[in-house]
Design a protein around this ligand. Structure first.
Ligand code: TA6
Length: 293
């Protein structure tokens, strides 16, 4: 179902039989909302978000492509999140498991002439956004080099999870991993803790992580499960108070209600030869521990 946002941009609503809803904007190919069958919003959006291109909406799942971060020639996190995507009715086939029993939409981004001036590589970026019967959200990105010279890119699904209180959550699945600390010139450290808790600003890229990470939100008695393929790294970011006050489209105390935990490919960019395709997968699901067995 297509709905129009205030700024006239099309959004696609995906609904499943239990009433879960995903809303994805054609601007940026950005998932903007993921609600469970109880109508609870599971993704964070800043109360000061700007819904006017070319500013990416602060929240949901912005796509960082072809560059993660600001150490490159492009704007921070690349241009994919600031482009208008289109719906593709008949994309190249995906395995039946990626469609049977799911509600999904296929989005496509191709570079314009102008885009080719700033990043001279011919690509096709397909994104399937799926809502499963259980309410899980799956993103399947496919990026193909359209017969031009080899190119490399870094990538992240910059996922803003809605949490009850940053002081109350912990992250499991990153123990013993090395991470690049963006607060210390991306210097490399090793995680000593068995699970991650948060007391101050954190901005890290955990490298070659396992394919499953969990965010345990004790107060809301729920756990986000993040499963991924083809996305070896995990970005963990919370700006905390001082930094978030310096971000115009971030509400003052809202850092307490969000945690970014991104399936990403940052440490070792992906290189595609002519006609080669990279495919990834990110599956987000919610376990309500309060519901019991
Ligand atoms: O999450 C890592 C990070 O690079 C942070 O350093 C911070 O800049 C964040 O992304 C948000 O970036 P944005 O361009 O969306 O404000």
């Amino acid at each position: 179902e297509i709905v129009k946002e205030r700024n006239g941009i099309d959004q696609v609503l995906l609904k499943n039989s239990r009433g879960a809803i995903v809303r994805v904007s054609l601007y940026g190919g950005q998932v903007r909302s993921w609600k469970n069958e109880r109508g609870e919003e599971l993704l964070f959006t800043s109360s000061k978000a700007v819904f006017k291109p070319p500013k990416a909406v602060r929240g949901g799942i912005p796509i960082c492509f072809p560059q993660f971060g600001n150490c490159g020639t492009l704007e921070q996190h690349g241009f994919a999140r600031n482009k208008l995507w289109v719906i593709e009715e008949n994309p190249p086939a995906l395995p039946p498991t990626d469609s049977v029993g799911k509600t999904f939409v296929d989005l496509l981004l191709k570079p314009s002439e102008d885009d080719m001036k700033i990043w001279p590589h011919s690509f096709e970026f397909r994104l399937r956004v799926c809502l499963g019967a259980e309410g899980n959200l799956t993103l399947i990105p496919r990026i193909r080099n359209m017969n031009c010279k080899p190119f490399s890119f870094s990538f992240a699904f910059h996922t803003y999870f809605s949490i009850s209180d940053i002081n109350e959550v912990r992250v499991e699945g990153l123990e013993t991993l090395d991470y690049l600390d963006n607060l210390h010139q991306r210097e490399r450290f090793t995680e000593q803790e068995t699970s991650l808790t948060f007391e101050s600003e954190v901005d890290r890229v955990y490298v070659s992580s396992a394919n499953m990470v969990a965010i345990l939100d004790h107060e809301k008695k729920r756990t986000f499960m993040i499963r991924k393929e083809g996305l070896p790294d995990v970005v963990v970011w919370n700006p905390w108070g001082r930094k978030s006050k310096a971000i115009a489209d971030f509400g003052d105390d809202e850092y307490k209600k969000m945690l970014c935990l991104d399936g990403a490919c940052v440490e070792t960019p992906i290189t595609l030869k002519p006609n080669e395709e990279w495919k990834g997968r990110l599956e987000l699901s919610l376990i309500n521990s309060s519901l019991g067995p």
